[in-house]
Design a protein around this ligand. Sequence first.
Ligand SMILES: Nc1nc2c(ncn2[C@@H]2O[C@H](COP(=O)(O)OP(=O)(O)OP(=O)(O)O)[C@@H](O)[C@H]2O)c(=O)[nH]1
Ligand SMILES: [Mg+2]
Length: 204
Amino acid sequence: MAVFNIKKREIECKIVYYGPGRCGKTTNLEYIFKSHKKQIDGEMVSINTEGDRTLFFDFLPLELGKIKGCDVRVQLFTVPGQVQYSSTRKLVLKGVDGIVFVADSMEVRREKNMLSLKDLQHNLKEYNMNIFKIPLVLQYNKRDLAEEGIPIMSIEKMEKDLNRQIKVPSFPGSAVKGDGIGKSLQSCLQLTLQYLNKQLNWTK
Ligand SMILES: Nc1nc2c(ncn2[C@@H]2O[C@H](COP(=O)(O)OP(=O)(O)OP(=O)(O)O)[C@@H](O)[C@H]2O)c(=O)[nH]1
Ligand SMILES: [Mg+2]
């Protein structure tokens, strides 16, 4: 849940990177950490990992500066994507203001993407939130694998699989190269701040 401090004119909101295991959520945050050093007050924190697998969550605080005269702070989180960490995913999602759903472009991950989106819908429902209303963007990650001859899905196919019903902004990306990572975050932040703005009258 976003925290508004009207007296101090501060907003703090929470963005969660969601998606199946190994789709590249942690790599997104690592890239943002490297490329937005100036806006980061502190370190990226990865809680409980096993190799490169997230077992609890990653956390990265961002300072966006002033928007409409308010200081905006954003907390970025990733969930653990592996199926068995369902309850942790739900816990990390608590109080979410906006979501970047990272889908894996590899052909072999097609089913996992769709299951993870369903899992997101289910977990949001548990918190009385609606996947059709919450600020949400899709990122089709690992587009670079095509260059290595690894079979990846077309954007059209991924749109059909994942975005036919929810119809949200979507972006191709490569978290290892950094392509599309800023765009996905920016779009999600824009939607989130618009959404929060509607809930408050900042002209006071
Ligand atoms: N080629 C390529 N590899 C990627 C990309 N993004 C992530 N990877 C690789 O995919 C593997 C998994 O990435 P992570 O960022 O750890 O995935 P995750 O979604 O955090 O996985 P969990 O923590 O298990 O949920 C790592 O070896 C990454 O280097 C990408 O855009 N392109
Ligand atoms: Mg991870």
